[in-house]
Design a protein around this ligand. Structure first.
Ligand SMILES: Cc1ncc(COP(=O)(O)O)c(C=O)c1O
Length: 465
């Protein structure tokens, strides 16, 4: 391996004891230290080069998703049979209100307002702070488009800040230089389910009198200093779309502690009805969830902690295994993160340990092994064509000066995130961590295979199909 700084696993590896050696003794039962044997030479050819895959076809890695039992179906049917198919009165009997109470309690906050998507949660949260035309919101480029779209939709500017190359979170050290007199909020995203650097973000917000809206759409059950992500800033926004670790099909929520602000959020979701008196005294729209979504969420939330604990356990095991090899490592976490959550678990690919094999080829080779690596989460939003479309809308041209928009374009640079996208970012979906310890071992086994053969001329010519 010509560019290897530090040859991994040339001696002592676990491979023989895991799926490749098929000796029937797994790392889980043996313990790591005793099983590193000098057997990397036994590693079979990668599937992409004609070998047999680590995971045979039909043996998908991880758990199946979403998970439900007969009792979930019954809850859904009961909602259906109740003939109460819309809920808008904030009565304790309503399924949506029951879910809001449960979720607020789990998150350790006073209030939760459900919405019909994470996108609408972000919308309602920004509206509650009267963020609107001419305002600016500091956010990040590596997130789902909704984070920025919802700000743009208010004729306000989302200002993209580059990522931290080690954590892939918003680089909090770059926030202050992007603050202008029009900045109203910081909207960090706990992308993938790991925590943004909330200590720094809260301190900057305090210093500049800004509000903090956490995009926790991917971060159910994560914690910062033992408080739930989403409950750290002024408001937190969640998505319950199918892929999320708490899912209702579609759906979302805003959580918070401030009575007045949360009344505004709730009212916005319910055509302006003040939840404290039902008078239509606030701006509003209809972001209400159906009782069917609420019933699904009430079913799903029952297993959230158990699933989260299983993901914790598997990810810790994977991290332990990865610490023994070079070239693929988990992103770093900030010290305030006391628990991570799971949507896409992010990892860093270092091609120098793979004979400069490009990330895309590595991912392709891993997928051929049956390991569903993603190329990282979401794109570099700052490069997306929708930005120019918004900036050229009549409303934007009216509200912002040409100088401001030109400056926005000039400063819209996130080179670190572009490198993450192209070269270093890898991801594994949350359902992978609902699998077994053996699944975790297979991930590392496949990495070792690719690594060993990365000097193969077929790989280096990039001419394999
Ligand atoms: C970070 C982030 N923000 C916002 C959203 C929007 O959520 P929804 O799809 O429920 O509208 C998502 C959904 O994927 C997301 O991942």
């Amino acid at each position: 391996m010509k560019n290897m700084k530090n040859k991994p696993l040339t001696r002592r590896t676990f491979v023989k004891k895991t799926s490749i050696g098929a000796a029937g003794v797994t790392l889980a039962s043996t313990g790591l230290a005793s099983v590193y044997l000098d057997i990397i030479q036994d590693v079979e050819k990668p599937a992409i080069l004609g070998g047999s895959p680590v995971r045979q076809k039909g043996s998908a890695l991880g758990g199946s998703w979403p998970v439900y039992e007969d009792s979930d179906v019954q809850m859904y049917l009961d909602a259906y049979k109740s003939k109460k198919w819309s809920e808008y009165s904030n009565s304790d009997k309503e399924l949506s209100v029951r879910f809001e109470k449960e979720f607020a309690e789990l998150m350790g906050v006073s209030y939760c307002a459900t919405t019909n998507s994470g996108t609408d949660a972000l919308d309602a949260a920004q509206r509650a702070f009267d963020i609107g035309p001419g305002d600016e919101v500091i956010t990040q480029t590596n997130t789902f488009i909704a984070t920025a779209q919802t700000t743009f939709n208010l004729f306000a500017l989302p200002v993209f800040v580059d990522s931290d190359p080690e954590t892939f979170m918003i680089n909090a050290d770059l926030i202050e230089e992007r603050i202008t007199p029009n900045t109203r909020a910081i909207l960090p995203v706990h992308i993938g389910g790991a925590a943004a650097d909330m200590d720094k973000i809260l301190a900057i917000a305090k210093k500049h009198n800004l509000v903090v809206i956490e995009d926790a759409c991917q971060a159910h059950m994560g914690e910062w200093r033992n408080k739930k992500l989403g409950a750290i800033g002024d408001l937190g926004c969640f998505s319950f779309q199918e892929g999320k670790s708490l899912c209702g099909g579609e759906g979302g929520a805003v959580i918070g502690n401030d009575d007045n602000i949360m009344a505004k959020v709730d009212a916005y979701t319910n055509n302006g009805r003040d939840p404290r008196g039902q008078r239509r005294s606030f701006p509003g729209s209809n972001f209400r969830i159906t009782p069917f979504v609420a019933a699904t969420l009430l079913g799903q939330i029952r297993r959230l902690e158990v699933q989260s604990a299983q993901r914790d356990e598997n990810s810790l095991y994977l991290e332990k295994l990865l610490s023994e090899i070079k070239g693929v490592r988990p992103t770093k976490k900030y010290s305030g993160q006391t628990r991570r959550s799971f949507y896409e678990y992010q990892l860093i690919y270092e091609k120098e340990y793979f004979n400069d094999l490009p990330k895309t080829k590595f991912v392709e080779a891993m997928r051929a092994e049956g390991i569903p690596f993603g190329r990282g989460i979401d794109s570099s939003l700052h490069l997306d064509p929708f930005i120019e479309t918004y900036l050229n809308l009549r409303g934007f041209q009216k509200v912002f000066s040409k100088e401001r928009l030109d400056k926005y374009r000039r400063e819209n640079l996130c080179p670190v995130n572009e490198r993450i996208d192209k070269e270093t970012g890898l991801s594994l979906g949350q359902k992978v961590f609902l699998g077994t310890m053996r699944d975790m071992e297979d991930i590392v086994t496949a990495i070792i295979k690719i690594q060993k053969y990365s000097s193969n001329e077929v790989f280096s010519d990039h001419s394999y199909k």
